[in-house]
Design a binder for this molecule. Structure first.
Ligand code: MG
Length: 211
């Protein structure tokens, strides 16, 4: 694919993925909280693992279609917010996100439940959440979220200012933003508007700071 000279000169090698240009304005790491940011209800509110998929049927454009709902051991449904699902689908399938690290920072006490649920929730026919968020970039443990980000920084080598983070709790956002991470408070869970607004804000900050 021919590359415009202006784009070629503006991009460092890390901005090139399989010959495609990853916009230099994108964060190098996209990090999400889990409870009440990506999924609901929160893990402490339900009975927990084992989780299983239950086949449900709905009428799609071409007749009956099947989809899965995830339930806990007592049959309580737990799942992604619809906009969060849309964002995760994009991250899994749109090539502009190739090379961007996807990670999780969760303070839950229900650590094993979180890992199991990530294995069970399907994003696309070929991706579970666990495929999107490999184990080494899942920081799931109680305590200050600064510790989660210190580990993510050590593991990935990505500077804090090149990370973007979404969390439903403003205290976590305030805490993590002191490290230099671009934080977006999502009190109603991740929405498409907050997703796009944060990416715009990240790009604007990068431009203003000139790095
Ligand atoms: Mg939360």
């Amino acid at each position: 694919m021919a590359m415009l000279p202006s784009l070629a000169s503006a991009a460092s090698p890390s901005d090139t993925v399989d010959g495609l240009m990853r916009p230099a304005t994108l964060p190098r790491a996209i990090i999400f909280d889990l409870d009440a940011t990506l999924w609901s209800p929160e893990l402490f509110e339900i009975a927990g693992r084992p989780f299983r998929r239950v086949l449900t049927k709905g009428r799609g454009k071409k007749g009956l279609t099947a989809a899965h709902t995830v339930v806990d051991r007592r049959g309580t449904p737990i799942g992604l917010f619809s906009d969060a699902r849309h964002v995760l689908e994009e991250l899994a399938t749109d090539r502009r996100w190739e090379g961007v690290v996807l990670g999780l920072a969760s303070r839950t006490d229900c650590v094993e439940d979180a890992h199991e649920l990530l294995e069970v929730i399907q994003i696309t026919p070929t991706h579970t959440m666990a495929d999107l968020f490999p184990r080494h970039v899942r920081q799931i443990f109680p305590g200050s979220k600064r510790a989660h980000f210190q580990r993510l920084h050590e593991i990935t080598g990505i500077p804090y200012r090149e990370m973007a983070f979404w969390d439903d709790w403003d205290l976590n956002c305030r805490d993590v933003s002191r490290l230099g991470v671009y934080c977006c408070h999502v009190p109603e869970g991740l929405t498409l508007s907050r997703w796009e607004k944060a990416l715009d804000g990240f790009a604007r900050r990068k431009e203003e700071e000139g790095w």
